[in-house]
Design a protein around this ligand. Sequence first.
Ligand SMILES: NC(=O)c1ccc[n+]([C@@H]2O[C@H](COP(=O)([O-])OP(=O)(O)OC[C@H]3O[C@@H](n4cnc5c(N)ncnc54)[C@H](OP(=O)(O)O)[C@@H]3O)[C@@H](O)[C@H]2O)c1
Length: 242
Amino acid sequence: MELPLQGKTLLITGGTSRLGQAVVQKASQQGARVFFTYFHSTALAQGLEQTGAQGFAVDLADVKAIDAFAQVFREKVEFLDVLIHNAAATADALIEKMSEKEWDDVMRVNLKAPFYLTQKLLPLLLRKTPSKVFTLVSRAGLSGLAGAANYAASKGGLISMTKTLARELGRKKILVNAVNPGFMQSSITASVPQEILQENLEESPLKTFSDPGEVADFLLFLSSDRMRQVTGQVFHFESRPF
Ligand SMILES: NC(=O)c1ccc[n+]([C@@H]2O[C@H](COP(=O)([O-])OP(=O)(O)OC[C@H]3O[C@@H](n4cnc5c(N)ncnc54)[C@H](OP(=O)(O)O)[C@@H]3O)[C@@H](O)[C@H]2O)c1
């Protein structure tokens, strides 16, 4: 069996998400040493550890919790080849109803945590290069999403952060790219009204939801040594117009 990630250390946030579970399982099968974070889904995290991966409960909305995790993680591993910022929060409401807390919580998890965690783990990413950072972004970050100004703004910010870090870290041989997985059925889409989901499917040329397994395969291809020179890009799983 081919093991394209043999010898690589990978950390993904939100390992308990639909996409995160697929990444943890496949990366472990492909030979990587896999670590993941989670928040509330303790039973799911314990199940995922059967793959040999190790989970850490971290509230990514809390900078102190990120600090504490980063410290433990820096003592645990000598280097980090791949860091995937996948965890995301939503708190949908129209502008008239969105509270300051709903705005802040989403921005903290989706935008501040990826910046802050990358900063805290930079020493590990620099130890064995090229290393790679991925962000999970969304069409909402480019075209907006009614009822989710916080989520859309966080993903738009994440795209510009990805491009900026690619510029800053390129000469240090850290590659930074974003993947937009398209519409996947998960707890994020569970809160989207059925007619909006249907509209999205109809607009999509393939008329189908994205498959988290296929998105995971793509991320892991980019994580392998087969990709060594691409940085600052956003890869889209959907071909609807923006
Ligand atoms: N689903 C889609 O249609 C879609 C479309 C475009 C982009 N994306 C992006 O793709 C990525 C994966 O999406 P998904 O649908 O697979 O996600 P998901 O199933 O909804 O899972 C969300 C993940 O984020 C974690 N999380 C939430 N709040 C957290 C917090 N405060 N601290 C730490 N972890 C927290 C959750 O952990 P626990 O469950 O352990 O609490 C869970 O692992 C996300 O970045 C999302 O924005 C998704």
